[in-house]
Ligand binder design. Structure first.
Ligand code: NAP
Length: 332
């Protein structure tokens, strides 16, 4: 059987382009014992994949040039040689960017798509949701009345962070890259204020205006100038959950900004970088809470879905231009 797959054609220098990906037709054999043939329904594109395009040691191995990209996928089982899964089951796993693939059944998790959209298992009920939960609840430990600033606020992780912070009684300010996203954060997701970092003339001053009592928690998804401006407003005993640095992922060499460590020292600020996978012990509780909140309507979610397998490179590159509201997905 012929399938289509997308491989890493070359390693990018700076901002990736479509030329770093290549689409190929290859043959696929039949599934063996304990394996299933799956067809992707939704494929996730995520900022961390940019790091995997480099040939560098990290917490996940790099993609190999000439080999398929892989990542979070919701798929349907079309053929089964395993007692664990039946034809028609919907599963989640880390799978290759291919129109079909053969996987060991025990590497896949069966999910129920009766009550939530299938794509949510790559978003609010998947890695981004768990990341938001761990970073906020376990690391930042929000208290009622505190002010939290979330950068990358309108994305897959950020949109959830603000809503959980509201449940904890916090005042929530989001930073995002368009007026529409800022409007959405306030009107649909309950943010108390939002700032468009692309049109702000003075980020530090604008954040000060939105946070008159200072910043108690900073959930950082982006880094760079935005973080410099937020940290310029940081309170004594504040907590910073260092989740992502997307503004720096395409830098060929580390940019030099203000030296902020003295301020963090003298204000007794706790800065905790984290990778969600290091908090697996929290996942069962996080998953239970997130599922209940989504089912009860306490947490709303947003997906930006591009249709067609061939849209994968475009969807991925769109993460770096802010083309998504909420979780960026490709529907195959
Ligand atoms: N630590 C962990 O375990 C973990 C897990 C998941 C994700 N992350 C990190 O968390 C962050 C958010 O991930 P996500 O999946 O939720 O992505 P996302 O926010 O859905 O998508 C990326 C967003 O980043 C913003 N952005 C892109 N380039 C930017 C720049 N130069 N400056 C400021 N904003 C920029 C864009 O929104 P705008 O329109 O607002 O610019 C874009 O929509 C990423 O840095 C990611 O690497 C970490």
């Amino acid at each position: 059987m012929k399938i289509t797959q997308i491989v890493l054609a070359s390693r990018p220098v700076g901002l990736p382009t479509a030329a770093n990906f290549r689409t190929e037709e290859v043959d696929l054999t039949e599934p063996g014992t304990d394996s299933v043939l799956v067809r992707p329904l939704f494929i996730s594109v995520d900022p961390y994949m940019r790091g995997r395009m480099n040939d560098a040691k990290s917490y996940v191995p790099p993609f190999q040039v000439g080999r398929p990209i892989d990542g979070g996928i919701v798929a349907t089982v079309v053929e089964s040689r395993s007692s664990l899964l039946r034809v028609g089951d919907t599963v989640v796993g880390s799978l290759p960017w291919a129109t079909q693939s053969i996987e060991k059944a025990d590497r896949l998790r069966k999910v129920d798509t009766g009550s939530v959209p299938a794509g949510y298992y790559l978003g609010v009920l998947g890695m981004p949701g768990l990341t938001a939960y761990v970073g906020l609840v376990e690391i930042a430990k929000p208290k009622a009345g505190e002010t939290i600033v979330v950068s990358g606020a309108a994305g897959a992780v950020g949109i959830i962070v603000g809503q959980i912070a509201k449940m904890h009684g916090c005042r929530v300010i989001g930073i995002a890259g368009t007026d529409d996203k800022c409007h959405m954060l306030k009107e649909e997701f309950g943010y108390d204020g939002a700032l468009n970092y692309k049109t702000s003339q003075n980020l530090k001053k604008d954040i000060a205006q939105l946070c008159p009592t200072g910043v108690d928690i900073y959930f950082d998804n982006v880094g760079g100038d935005i973080s410099d401006a937020v940290i310029g407003n940081i309170n004594f005993h504040a907590r910073i959950a260092l989740c992502g640095q997307i503004a720096l992922y395409n830098s060929a060499s580390p940019p030099v900004g203000p030296r902020l460590l003295p301020m963090l020292l003298t204000r007794s600020v706790m800065v905790q970088g984290f990778i969600n996978g290091d908090y697996k012990a929290t996942f069962p509780q996080a998953y239970r809470d997130l599922t209940a909140w989504v089912t009860d309507g306490k947490i709303k979610y947003r997906q930006t879905i591009l249709k067609g397998f061939d849209k994968l490179p475009e969807a991925f590159l769109g993460l770096f231009t802010g083309a998504n509201e909420g979780k960026m997905l490709v529907e195959v």
